[in-house]
Design a binder for this molecule. Structure first.
Ligand code: BES
Ligand code: MN
Ligand code: ZN
Length: 499
């Protein structure tokens, strides 16, 4: 969709719908008040008559405007109690607004919601959020729908204008819009890659997409390591996972140079399991289709590098995505097998379904060569994380408090929260193996934590944080689909690093 920023009073354009806020007790924000006056008190009369609760996200459509008004309709959006609109409720209002605008059939939306007061948040943040939420609300995955009518019908809505009363808002709103759209475009890439099924989105396909991305900018280079390269590097853990599959593994390396040459890079690592059947420790059949989403962390890395390119972020970044399938082929890992990682640490594979940590550990070792400022990995790593935290926050673990706090803060700002779990030394006990240096599972207790403890052994040489996105990267059930989380969190983290 197209977007624009306008300042001054809300204009009526032919075929438009106006998206205006209202508070409890018929209190109105400035833009709505101005429209109410222009329409001879139509809005306040309606609110008086219907007396709606005005909970955040409640929609009151005004489908008939007086003769002579060019706009088609007004969508009044509840904002709760005046002066108390929280970031969470602001997002809720925006989510409801874009849904109603999409469904109402107008081609143009003029939306004054980013002009309302949201705590201490500024115009840039409010506009960034609005652009992200609107684009998210309009996302559709249609690549694999070739016939059928409604499925392919795009919404009529073509353009949204974010409207601010004061001219002073223009610059900040423009910045917020650019950032929000760049993040949204990155998220669209992530959702497209993630929703694509495992037979189409293979490790090779992911690698090709990374190469395509690198063509967009001179600052971005892609290098794809194949299995022979990994062999030469001694990546025995990573390669042991791909052995069970006919698809060759790829280690995607993306290097983005937007900062000064001597500036140490931030390394972003993403789990790229294009399908996780569990291997010989085969998963149960129910919902196994969702294991096409086991590459969401890897897709997130591609999305974040696209965002860096689009915003020309003055940072140095490295993206590392180990991509493979985990299938029970004749050459697959067997429970009890012992492999040697690139770090030289031997690993007893007690459960072949704990494969994410096997491909990540060698990638974390590979990250050392960049002498990183910090390393953040994103991985749909454990079902245990979903048990511990549900599907609201991503799990956060790491070896550096400052880095973890930065990520928690970015998640709050972006509305894409994480919650930290401890990785105390005591938990390492659970990973003891009778036959190798370490086991790849730590028993039934604290599974998200022991997975991170495993990774921590390979991340000792730098500041490192791990986001377990098993509960957040996609939605299950009726509206199954990728969410592109934790891209909002991570994009905010990168923006904060620029400041
Ligand atoms: N990709 C899965 C984790 C997962 C499972 C994410 C379900 C989202 C939903 C991972 O590779 C896995 O299978 N983990 C095992 C680890 C266990 C064997 C220690 C798990 O969580 O069951
Ligand atoms: Mn698994
Ligand atoms: Zn997995």
């Amino acid at each position: 969709m197209d977007y624009a920023i306008k300042t001054g009073s809300v204009e009526h354009h032919p075929g438009s719908c106006l998206i205006l806020g209202f508070y409890q007790k018929r209190k109105l924000p400035a833009a709505t008040l101005a429209q109410d006056e222009a329409l001879d008190g139509l809005i306040s009369r309606l609110l008086k008559r219907d007396d709606p609760a005005a909970k955040a996200g409640d929609i009151l459509p005004v489908n008939h405007l007086p003769h002579g008004s060019k706009a088609e309709r007004i969508l009044l959006v509840g904002l709760g109690k005046e002066g108390e609109l929280s970031a969470k409720d602001y997002r809720k209002a925006l989510t409801a607004a874009i849904k109603a605008a999409k469904d109402c059939g107008s081609e143009l939306a003029v939306c004054a919601l980013p002009d309302v007061t949201v705590g201490e948040y500024g115009v840039e943040w409010k506009t960034r959020q609005a652009a992200m939420i609107f684009e998210d609300g309009l996302y559709r995955f249609t690549q694999c729908k070739k016939s059928g009518e409604d499925n392919n019908k795009p919404p009529k809505l073509k353009k949204t204008v974010f409207q601010f009363q004061s001219d002073e808002a223009e610059t900040e709103a423009g910045n917020g819009l650019n950032q929000g759209l760049a993040i949204a475009h990155g998220m669209e890439l992530v959702k497209d890659l993630a929703n694509l099924p495992g037979n189409l989105c293979t490790p090779t396909y992911l690698a090709e997409q990374a190469e395509k991305l690198a063509k967009q900018s001179k600052k971005l280079k892609a290098k794809i390591l194949d299995e022979a390269d990994m062999e030469a590097l001694g990546m025995g853990a990573l390669l042991s996972v791909s052995k069970g599959s006919r698809q060759p593994a790829k280690l995607i390396v993306l290097e983005y140079k937007g900062g000064e040459a001597k500036q140490k890079p931030l390394v972003l690592v993403g789990k790229g399991l294009t399908f996780d059947a569990g291997g010989i420790s085969l998963k149960q059949a129910a919902n196994m289709d969702e294991m096409k989403y086991d590459m969401c962390g890897g897709a997130g890395v591609l999305g974040l590098l696209q965002i860096a390119v689009e915003l020309a972020l003055p940072l140095n970044l490295v993206g590392l995505v180990p991509a493979t399938e985990n299938l029970p082929g004749g050459n697959a890992n067997k429970p009890g097998d012992i492999v040697t990682s690139m770090a030289g640490i031997t690993i007893e594979i007690l459960n072949t379904d704990a494969e994410g940590r096997l491909i990540l550990c060698d990638t974390l070792s590979y990250a050392e060569r960049y002498n990183p400022e910090a390393v953040v990995d994103m991985a749909t790593l454990t079902g245990a994380c979903v048990v511990a935290l549900g599907r609201q926050p991503s799990g956060l673990m790491g070896n550096d408090d400052a880095l973890c706090n930065e990520l928690l803060q970015a998640g709050e700002e972006a509305g894409d929260r994480a919650w930290r779990l401890p990785i105390w030394e005591e938990y390492q006990e659970q990973l003891k193996s009778n036959f190798a240096d370490v086991a790849n599972i730590g028993g039934p207790d604290g599974g998200a934590i022991t997975a991170a403890c495993f990774l921590s052994r390979f991340a000792k040489k730098y500041h490192w944080a791990h986001l377990d996105i098993a509960g957040t990267a996609w939605k299950t059930g009726q509206d199954k689909g990728a969410t592109a989380r934790p891209v909002p969190l991570m994009a905010q983290f990168l923006l904060n690093r620029v400041k």
